[in-house]
Design a protein around this ligand. Structure first.
Ligand code: NAP
Length: 255
């Protein structure tokens, strides 16, 4: 059981990639962490990394786009660890294609996981936050929100999450809840490795091209995003809400 001072965080899509790095970082900063992914069994590596470092973590299996599953998972975390103080809406998928080749299923899947998923997870989590008059919510947007060839579905949801963030900042601010978004640039994960394969280059070639297009001349790593989210979910950022923080090595300005 968490102590009354200890924050409880929920990170979705935390089995790997950015979500896993965020879960590990929030745990090392002292939070008890709900590590949520589609399959509970896939959360073992992240949970083990946290607990073997002396932290507290709970594996949770749920599809963020399924209201019953995600509500049950959020409520289970609140029951086992005492509250839900921090939510990171990170779970994501891509179904890239040019518009004329994009299927209705490609569109619906991306909308469901990112937008409906963030809606359902936030709705389930905010009731625990409002009750305690404390909360930090961060959703993962992307530089693709500004437009990216082959990602009509993904850029639409990542722009949508920015509007979602600003609106919830207005609605939930009076209850002591800060709501922000982080918009990563190119971050090395399975997601960007899959993109490389789809466009017919190696992950290393795609990373080199991304680094060359980035003012700081390197790609990002999951820990770069975890650093920003650690700040936005800390009490040092309590006067920051409704913002979108681009963590992209300057790529947005250079595009
Ligand atoms: P990733 O390595 O593909 O990891 C995504 C995780 O989300 C996976 O563990 C996946 O589970 C899980 N997931 C997918 N659908 C889910 C669902 N319906 N319910 C629960 N979990 C689900 O991706 P990433 O690169 O770390 O990206 C994390 C977030 O950052 C995403 O929102 C992404 O759009 C955003 N982002 C990434 C980049 C980048 O360059 N990597 C840039 C900008 C924004 P499975 O393994 O079971 O599929």
């Amino acid at each position: 059981m968490a102590t009354s001072e200890q924050r409880v965080a929920l990170v979705t899509g935390a089995a790997r990639g950015i979500g896993a790095a965020v879960a590990r970082r929030l745990a090392s900063d002292g939070a008890a962490v709900g590590v949520l992914d589609l399959e509970e069994s896939n959360c073992g590596a992240t949970v083990d990394a946290i607990t073997s470092a002396g932290g507290q973590a709970l594996a949770l299996g749920a599809d963020v786009s399924n209201a019953d599953q995600i509500t049950a998972a959020v409520d289970r975390l609140a029951k086992e660890f005492g509250s839900v103080d921090i939510l990171v809406n990170n779970a994501g998928v891509t179904r890239d294609n040019l518009l004329f080749k994009m299927t209705e299923q490609d569109w619906d899947t991306v909308i469901a996981v990112h937008l409906k998923g963030a809606f359902l997870t936030t709705k389930a989590a905010q009731k625990h936050m409002v009750a305690r008059k404390y909360g930090k919510i961060v959703s993962l947007s992307s530089i693709s929100a500004l437009g990216n060839r082959g990602q009509a579905n993904y850029s639409a949801v990542k722009a949508g999450l920015q509007g979602f963030t600003r609106t919830l900042a207005i609605e939930l601010g009076p209850f002591g809840i800060n709501v922000n978004a982080v918009a990563p640039g190119f971050i090395v994960t399975d997601m960007t490795d899959d993109t490389a394969r789809r466009v017919g280059v190696t992950p290393e070639q795609l990373q080199q091209a991304a680094a060359e297009a980035t003012p700081v001349r390197r790609v990002g790593y999951p820990e770069d995003i975890a650093n920003a989210i650690a700040f936005l979910t800390s009490d040092e950022s309590s006067f920051i809400t409704g913002q979108v923080l681009y963590v992209d090595g300057g790529r947005k300005m250079a595009s």
